[in-house]
Design a protein around this ligand. Structure first.
Ligand SMILES: C[S@@+](CC[C@H](N)C(=O)[O-])C[C@H]1O[C@@H](n2cnc3c(N)ncnc32)[C@H](O)[C@@H]1O
Length: 274
């Protein structure tokens, strides 16, 4: 019977990741094609929100230097429009860039054409190709539906790492919500796009962005779109114990290098030790 079968170390760790939750390391979460970052928000992100990937790039490149010198493969998760991908390939890395959003991938194909491959990969269920490094910026794992799904994705990342491999990713801690408890709405206006974001924190571990975009059409009219982004905020201090079972040593840090990251955003740097 299923409940009597022996459980591997990773399953024990996953079970403890979220009290009362069932580990779902074989469960595939099918996202509809247009769940996050449809055409207009993908474009607005690319044009107006590149500062985060660019700020993270120097620290990530320094961490990845040993991987570059042995011409290892860097797997990027949630590459978006290719903002970090392009920094990686410009520095000489071999990159497989992946994302769930077809609109983001289309932008990435033209913005970061030097990547070895740019393909759709939906976390946490799609298989990860083996890699010498896994990188991800823009709290991609925080988009997963719940804590077990985040645990499943972290375990998949650990298992994709070749001997000597490392990962460097950012993720929203519970502190991310505390820091934005009373965050005011934000509006940005540009010549050909505008964005309004409303924030809410219905629970300490759930952060919601209600996003409205306006993008200028060729005929001078404006089109509107609305997306609702749900982020799960997690206790990142638990990650080292979770991934120790996978032979990965994890350091929880406040930055990849010397950059200043938003309050409550944490960096996980993991190295395969076994
Ligand atoms: C805030 S954006 C960051 C994009 C890019 N890394 C950057 O920094 O510009 C988050 C990205 O995560 C992707 N994403 C969300 N859920 C995902 C999932 N389940 N699997 C893979 N990618 C996902 C989105 O499509 C989006 O491109």
């Amino acid at each position: 019977m299923a409940e009597n079968r022996p459980r591997c170390a990773a399953e024990h760790a996953l079970a403890g990741w979220h009290k009362g939750a069932t580990p779902r390391d074989t469960h595939r979460v099918a996202l509809p094609e247009d769940s996050y970052y449809r055409r207009d928000l993908a474009l607005v992100h690319h044009r107006g929100f590149g500062f985060h990937a660019r700020a993270c790039a120097p620290g990530i490149l320094a961490l990845l230097e040993p991987v570059r010198s042995r011409e290892g493969i860097v797997l990027e998760l949630g590459c978006g429009s290719g903002l970090l991908t392009r920094e990686l390939t410009a520095a000489g890395h071999r990159v497989i860039a992946t994302d769930a959003s077809p609109a983001m991938l289309e932008l990435a194909r033209s913005y970061a054409p030097a990547a070895e491959d740019i393909r759709r990969l939906v976390l946490p269920g799609d298989p990860l190709p083996p890699a010498d490094a896994v990188v991800s910026v823009g709290h991609v794992l925080s988009y997963l539906p719940d804590e077990p799904a985040i645990g499943q994705a972290l375990t998949a990342i650990a298992r994709a790492l070749r001997p000597g491999g490392l990962f460097a990713i950012d993720i929203c801690d519970l502190e991310y919500g505390q820091a934005r408890r009373d965050a005011p709405n934000v509006g940005l206006v540009n010549d050909d796009w505008a964005i309004i974001t409303q924030f809410s924190l219905p629970e300490p571990s759930r952060f919601i962005r209600q996003i409205t975009t306006f993008v200028l059409n060729d005929d001078g009219s404006w089109r509107r779109d609305d997306e609702r982004h749900h982020n799960v905020l997690t206790g990142t201090a638990r990650v080292p114990a979770l991934l120790a079972a996978e032979g990965i040593h994890v350091q929880v840090a406040s930055a990849f290098g010397t950059e200043q990251l938003p309050a409550g955003l944490r960096v996980l740097i993991g190295r395969r030790t076994a």
